[in-house]
Write a protein that binds this ligand. Structure first.
Ligand code: DQA
Length: 144
């Protein structure tokens, strides 16, 4: 079983960026956490981060035929990107959307997600643990 974990804009700034919302741990710590979970669960993983919408679309497309599922934190593109929604629909792989913060408890514009329409679940407000939950959910789905 192989997963792609995709992270969108400004998530490379974790640790520096609004630590009161996103926590003190940096992006490298997030990737180490994801790799540890996947290692423990016997899942192959490729992790990517981009600040560019088109690059995220390319990465989703490249998952087709190479990965069994996608964990994605589209970051700000969550609230704007029909292109990411369409890419997820195009590859038709099971995908789970993750947010470190609880997007329902913040500014009203964060409540709406385009990519979530092509995801089997949206996990929010659980910090790094949300990625673990997403990985386990996909593992369960893919083992059925
Ligand atoms: C985020 C929430 C988004 O609203 C925001 O634009 C981000 C991060 C999160 O992980 O909580 O960049 O996706």
């Amino acid at each position: 079983m192989k997963l792609f974990v995709l992270n969108g804009p400004n998530l490379n700034m974790l640790g520096i960026r609004e630590p009161g919302i996103y926590g003190e741990r940096n992006f490298d710590a997030l990737i180490a956490y994801i790799k540890e979970v996947c290692n423990r669960e016997n899942i192959e993983v490729e992790c990517y981060q981009s600040n560019h919408e088109g690059v995220l679309v390319d990465l989703i497309q490249s998952a087709y035929g190479r990965a069994d599922g996608i964990v994605i934190n589209p970051a700000a593109y969550t609230h704007t990107s029909v292109a990411i929604l369409d890419a997820l629909k195009a590859v038709n792989l099971p995908a789970v959307e993750v947010h470190l913060s609880d997007i329902n408890e913040r500014e009203p514009f964060r409540r709406h997600s385009y990519p979530a329409m092509a995801c089997i679940a949206q996990i929010k407000g659980k910090g790094f643990a949300g990625y673990e939950e997403a990985i386990l959910l996909l593992k369960e789905r893919l083992s059925q």
